[in-house]
Write a protein of this length. Structure first.
Length: 362
């Protein structure tokens, strides 16, 4: 029923969020996913030379962004509308401007990565997620206010159609944004509180087995799979797909793979409060900072020394360790003004400037 449920009154649009199993599961999932995000970005420079790293990279990409977008939608259910919703949109805007500037300046002066376009209309690598988050919130708010029925299927249609639009897929991250829109809506309405009951021991074992089998299958098939297919950041023309029903079938097939891989991966997520639960509250710090660490690792030539599976595994372990460090409360204390800027204060100051100038002249 949740696939087609859209409330008819604005005051009833916020699903009840439980502070029990649903929120706990979401926090645990969010931490595990940010670990996979860090690992995927850390091993990406190795996927052309190490088949096992390419297989792992492909496996992670089948579920990590769909689930990350989904859990973001889940936690948006308490602050999609009203003052809190507007405050978050302002904060996202400030985060994007700040980190787009930081990454671009460092890239132009230090990293100098070839093929990077420096523009606020072209998010720097992972920063597309900030633009996407704002758009997902605005689209879902519109769907609810307009009483749109079957919003998930409409979002799927938008995700399919975006590939036909003749714009660069990286422009404002629109390709990824609309491809992942269905997962944000699913996360918003998904009954996370029931997952603890669904994943009884037999179901969990079956799902975990499917997830493991998928990893083995991708290791066997990786020579025939282009990672760009799973990144969802390119138009059909950029991917070399014919602009016809074949492209539609490819996009729908990838959706099906992502749903299967995501559902199977949930078996690995603890449903009870544990050591990683509190860390799940600070994943934003990892998301925005870890790209700098990887860029510095590339700049200092770290990857030239990683030429064996053992060293690659060490890189993965370091990525996990860095994730844990970046979710520490001390990091939040130090970086809070930059990672979670006060949008109300900044935008309020901007609104006051014309008034102050008028008062001064008068």
């Amino acid at each position: 029923m949740w696939l087609r449920f859209v409330p008819h009154r604005t005051r009833s649009i916020v699903p009840t969020i439980s502070h029990g199993s649903g929120e706990t599961f979401g926090l645990n999932l969010r931490f595990i996913l940010i670990v996979t995000v860090f690992i995927a970005n850390a091993i990406e420079p190795l996927i052309n030379t190490m088949p096992e790293m390419k297989a792992l990279f492909l496996w992670i990409f089948t579920f990590h962004m769909p689930l990350f977008v989904g859990v973001t939608g889940y936690f948006a259910r308490t602050n999609l509308f009203g003052p809190n919703g507007n405050r978050i949109l302002k904060q996202i805007a400030l985060q994007y401007v700040l980190f787009q500037s930081i990454y671009s300046v460092l890239d132009m002066t230090l990293f100098q990565v070839p093929g990077i376009t420096h523009s606020f209309f072209v998010p720097y690598l992972l920063l597309w997620f900030l633009v996407g988050h704002a758009i997902w919130r605005l689209v879902l708010r519109s769907f609810i206010r307009w009483n749109v029925r079957y919003p998930i299927w409409i979002a799927v249609a938008l995700g399919v159609c975006i590939g036909f639009i003749p714009i660069e897929g990286d422009w404002l991250g629109l390709s990824r944004t609309f491809v992942y829109l269905p997962f944000f809506i699913i996360g918003y309405y998904f009954p996370f509180d029931t997952l603890a009951r669904w994943f009884a021991t037999p179901i969990r074992f079956i799902a975990a087995s499917i997830s493991g089998i998928l990893l083995v299958a991708l290791f066997q098939l990786h020579p025939y799979i282009d990672p760009a297919w799973l990144m969802n950041s390119f138009t059909y023309d950029q991917l070399g797909w014919e602009m016809n029903s074949l492209a539609i079938m490819m996009r729908l097939s990838i959706y099906a793979l992502e749903l299967l891989a995501s559902a199977a991966f949930l078996a690995w997520v603890p449903t009870r409060i544990c050591a990683i639960t509190d860390c799940g509250r600070r994943t934003l710090y990892v998301f925005l900072i870890h790209g700098l660490l990887i860029r510095f690792a590339e700049y200092f030539g770290l990857y030239t020394y990683i030429d064996s599976s053992i060293l690659a595994i060490c890189l993965i372990l370091v990525s996990v360790g860095c994730t844990i460090i970046l979710t520490h409360r001390f990091v939040k204390t130090v970086c809070h003004p930059f990672i979670e800027p006060n949008g109300e204060a900044v935008f309020g100051w901007i609104r006051l400037q014309p008034r102050r100038r008028r008062m001064k002249h008068s």
